[in-house]
Ligand binder design. Structure first.
Ligand code: NAP
Length: 323
């Protein structure tokens, strides 16, 4: 496993981190299997784990606390997220700071997350949604700074809305935050336009999420894919999105080099972007954790394939179903 710096925190985080949503919210999760998968990742050198109160109302945070206690000899960086007060994802321009992150709500959920995980502090505390217009009301960020000064967490981050990397550039440039989390993968390359240059300029850590486009970039979805009732993926992969995602993913298949899987190609594409500090694939199976952790040693793709994949950029705009 190779390590990169998370911006100005100077933490050495593993190039492949861990996304902990699926294990607490998607159907087909099994806690023992998820925990074995987390442990497999830690044993292979993974040091960055991304969770949120919103992942099973604290369930994923509790699994992370369990992992930290089982690995006291290792430094595992813990990142969680405060949900918006109105529990609506993504944020919308008409939502005010009071709708989403009033100071008392921030304080309440930092306490809840610490109790869920059974930890004295988190390394990184993120707001789970963001609107750059909230910079004009500094009560939220001031409360975050106050709680950070109390030692309840050590760095402040934002998680940006799907397909809106531009809606965080002002926050990055404000110098008030330590990290930013956004979607970056073979399809969604738009953070390279404005957000990544701002992160480089301000030395803000970059957490690249959803490396597999929620599954289509593993090459395993078909136009017939369906999930059990209640699974979030049914609301994201509505027919319109499933069909076009499968078409875009199938068009990549001829480019996958012999002996490589599409998921490996997807992760190694992201490794080729030096601004990214860590990539956080969602994983619940030890087999997936093992495959994904091994990708760091393989390194970025060869330059010819990188160039070809850069042409596969697919710019999308937020839709009703793209929460
Ligand atoms: N607003 C936000 O802040 C926000 C939103 C979305 C996600 N996130 C974060 O980003 C993380 C990653 O996103 P995600 O989990 O939604 O989607 P993702 O990483 O794009 O895809 C996860 C899917 O890929 C599968 N997978 C993983 N490794 C694989 C492999 N080697 N081969 C085949 N399939 C593989 C997983 O299967 P199994 O689960 O069965 O192993 C799961 O179905 C989340 O877990 C969460 O931490 C944050």
């Amino acid at each position: 496993m190779k390590y990169r710096k998370l911006g100005r925190t100077n933490w050495k985080v593993s190039e492949i981190g861990y996304g902990m949503w699926g294990m607490a919210g998607w159907t087909g999760s099994d806690d023992e299997e998820s925990f074995n998968s987390l442990q497999m990742a830690a044993d292979m050198g993974c040091t960055f784990f991304d969770t949120a109160w919103g992942y099973g109302a604290g369930k994923s945070e509790s699994l992370l606390g369990q992992l930290v206690r089982a690995n006291k000899e290792k430094k595992l960086y813990t990142a969680t997220k405060i949900p918006p007060k109105n529990l609506k994802w993504p944020a919308k321009p008409e939502y005010s700071l009071d709708d989403c992150y009033p100071p008392d709500h921030i304080e309440e959920y930092v306490g809840k997350s610490l109790r869920n995980a059974g930890l004295g502090s988190f390394d990184l505390m993120q707001l789970h949604t963001w609107e750059d217009s909230w910079l004009e009301d500094d009560r939220g960020i001031k409360k975050m700074m106050d709680l950070k000064a109390q030692g309840l967490f050590h760095a402040i981050g934002l998680s940006l809305n799907r397909w809106e990397p531009w809606n965080g550039v002002r926050a990055v440039k404000s110098g008030l935050i330590d990290s930013v989390q956004m979607i970056y993968n073979i399809f969604d390359q738009n953070p390279r336009d404005e957000l990544f240059p701002a992160c480089r300029e301000m030395n803000v850590g970059v957490i690249a999420r959803v490396p597999f486009d929620e599954g289509s970039l593993t090459g395993t979805l078909t136009k017939e894919s369906k999930w059990p009732e209640g699974d979030w993926r049914n609301t994201y992969f509505v027919t319109e999105n499933l069909n076009s995602s499968v078409d875009h993913a199938n068009a990549l298949k001829p480019l996958v080099p012999a002996g490589m899987t599409m998921s490996e190609m997807a992760l190694r594409f992201i490794l080729g972007e030096p601004t990214v500090s860590t990539i956080i694939p969602g994983m619940r199976k030890p087999r997936h954790a093992m495959m994904n952790m091994a990708v760091s040693d393989a390194g970025p793709l060869d330059p010819g394939l990188m160039k070809e994949l850069e042409k596969r950029r697919w710019d999308r705009k937020p839709q009703k179903w793209s929460q």
